[in-house]
Design a protein around this ligand. Structure first.
Ligand code: ZN
Length: 154
């Protein structure tokens, strides 16, 4: 599927298979949150992003209403992706909201600031995917941090 933020002219593309995979992995941690890193590549004008893969964290702390991952141990996996395709880079993160909607919490927003200010994994426009799910519903919320604001892809 393709989603857009009209105001800033950005779009993302992601395959249903990847989303289903993230949901399936996330559900195995129910009722706790779970998540990981997103890998993808940008178009030459940096306006279009294709999200292709995930890297699951090796170290993390998962709770009912928060999820903290460590970047320890994922460097080699990132290098592997980059070696296969030098355009493939770390572009953001995903996590689940079990029994909840995919709306970023205050913690999620401060986590984005950590990403932007990180020495090792600094990216300017991180993408945040939140998967809100319950027994009967699933809702994927994609966001991008752009010029100090969080925008939702529609
Ligand atoms: Zn969250």
């Amino acid at each position: 599927m393709i989603l857009k933020v009209k105001q800033i002219g950005l779009s993302i593309e992601v395959e249903k298979e990847l989303l289903n995979k993230l949901l399936a992995v996330g559900k195995t941690y129910y009722p706790k949150e779970f998540g990981g890193f997103l890998i993808g590549y940008y178009s030459e004008d940096n306006k279009h992003l294709h999200i292709t893969d995930t890297i699951l964290p090796k170290k993390y702390q998962a709770y009912k209403h928060s999820f903290e991952r460590s970047t320890k141990g994922i460097e080699n996996v990132l290098i592997k992706f980059y070696t296969e395709n030098p355009r493939k880079i770390y572009i953001g993160e995903w996590h689940t909201h079990p029994d909840n909607s995919p709306i970023p919490s205050a913690t999620d927003i401060s986590a984005i600031n950590t990403i932007i200010n990180s020495k090792n994994t600094s990216i300017e426009n991180p993408v945040l995917l939140i998967i809100g799910y319950s027994k009967t519903t699933v809702d994927f919320g994609f966001y991008v941090w752009f010029e100090n604001k969080l925008y939702k892809y529609e």
